[in-house]
Design a binder for this molecule. Structure first.
Ligand SMILES: Cc1cc2nc3c(=O)[nH]c(=O)nc-3n(C[C@H](O)[C@H](O)[C@H](O)COP(=O)(O)OP(=O)(O)OC[C@H]3O[C@@H](n4cnc5c(N)ncnc54)[C@H](O)[C@@H]3O)c2cc1C
Length: 386
């Protein structure tokens, strides 16, 4: 968002959406006055993020290795320059979160713990509260917003239409909870409205993730890109809840395996086994289910009695469904999870429409190509908030 700060007018910027992308953008825009719209924490995908934030900052790791994994997962359709910028920015972004007080998990000697997730060549996923990373990070930054003098929060306002004057976005129309319309002028608008998963019957996303930012941008004439690239997470917990609770990929990173009812390993024939990229694993589970075979995530041997301590969020979600994941395999199926496509932006987060920026899942930055690498989305939201 650096481009916003260099403009001469001193009027406010409107940020639409108070998930990680919106909150981080609002903080980084200081001292510009910011109006931050939309419901926070409980309504966001950010707060549901379990696994963590992928960052190459440990001994023996290198942003170039993280970039190589990102490019491989993206199936040849990532923008290599954006991949280099975002993976290279990771350590400074995490240092900033640490300065702001995010309590990332550490081992006994105080070193940041790093988890492994699918298609990463080594452990590099920082996490907080075990598998409550998104909630922990967003709550910390939301607390900063509450005391930031440059940010005005309007949680009850929902953006309905962008105002365009002489080809430039100059504000927006919004509605209050009681349906009353309001016009808000701005020098620029940042869309941080999240993804589209809520439009699908089977999804891990909050139902509010319905692509409203895409609609706002398209109606105003901005270019959208790669809308067909929707990621399905392989291991949504199939117990009938809506949205479907997620069993984080970090479980497979910790050694949990996908099995059939017979106990046979589903991914035995794949070179990367249970840690193959998400699209590969999701297709394998889909194919098995299409033949009437149920698939389970079995963490009994790898995690077992340590489940509640290491993965408290998944443990709670399983218990709510009457399952004990320390003693039982978890029934899983693919569900719509993440939108790689979105409003096309450049490296500064600028859309094709002057005065309109986009950040977070609503944006198509070129980082993910056709398939997002696990835990690269929180990183992207932080990187493009600057
Ligand atoms: C279960 C789950 C687990 C995940 N785990 C991880 C993980 O471990 N690591 C990782 O990197 N990524 C993970 N992801 C993906 C990641 O959480 C999201 O991609 C990211 O948090 C999106 O952030 P955001 O700020 O763009 O959107 P969100 O966090 O969804 O916030 C968007 C906000 O905008 C609001 N909004 C929408 N439209 C309007 C409007 N018109 N007016 C006002 N407000 C509006 C919404 O209500 C919402 O509050 C996970 C996602 C899910 C669902």
């Amino acid at each position: 968002m650096a481009a916003l700060r260099t403009e001469s007018a001193a009027d406010r910027v409107i940020v639409v959406g108070a998930g990680l992308a919106g909150v981080a953008t609002a903080l980084h825009l200081a001292p510009l006055p910011v109006l931050l719209l939309g419901p926070g924490l409980g309504a966001t995908a950010s707060a549901m993020a379990q696994g963590g934030i992928a960052v190459a900052m440990g001994p023996g790791d290198d942003p170039a290795c993280h970039a190589a994994d990102t490019l491989a997962a993206g199936a040849g359709l990532c923008d290599p320059d954006i991949v280099a910028v975002v993976t290279g920015a990771g350590s400074a972004l995490v240092e900033d979160l640490l300065r702001r007080g995010v309590p990332f998990d550490r081992d006994a000697d105080g070193t940041l713990e790093r988890g492994l997730e699918a298609a990463h060549d080594r452990p590099r996923i920082l996490h907080a509260g075990g598998d409550a990373t998104g909630h922990t990070v967003l709550r910390t930054l939301t607390d900063h917003v509450a005391t930031a003098h440059h940010v005005t929060r309007q949680a009850d306002l929902i953006a309905r239409r962008l105002a365009v004057t002489d080809g430039r976005v100059t504000g927006l129309w919004a509605v209050r909870a009681d349906g009353a319309p309001v016009f808000l002028a701005a020098r620029a608008v940042v869309l941080a409205t999240g993804g589209v998963g809520g439009l699908y019957a089977a999804t891990t996303n909050p139902r509010g993730a319905c692509g409203s930012g895409l609609a706002l941008a398209a109606r105003a004439g901005a270019v959208l890109r790669d809308l067909e690239f929707v990621q399905f997470h392989p291991t949504a917990i199939a117990t009938g809840a809506d949205p479907m609770p997620l069993a984080t990929e970090a479980l497979r990173g910790a050694g949990a395996v996908l099995v059939e009812e017979t106990g046979a390993r589903l991914m035995a024939g794949s070179p990367q086994g249970d840690l193959a990229p998400r699209d590969v694993v999701a297709r394998a589970i889909h194919a098995a289910r299409a033949e009437g075979r149920s698939i389970f995530l079995d963490a009994r041997a790898a995690v077992g009695a340590d489940f509640a301590r290491r993965f408290p969020t998944v443990h709670r979600l399983c218990r709510a469904a009457g399952l004990d994941p320390a003693r039982e395999a978890i029934p899983v199926r693919p569900a719509a999870h993440y939108h790689m496509g979105g409003v096309a932006v450049d490296a500064q987060g600028r859309t094709s429409l002057p005065g309109l920026h986009a950040c977070g899942e609503v944006a198509s930055t070129g980082l993910h190509g056709a398939n997002r690498l696990a835990s690269n989305s929180l990183l992207e939201a932080l990187a493009f908030a600057r």
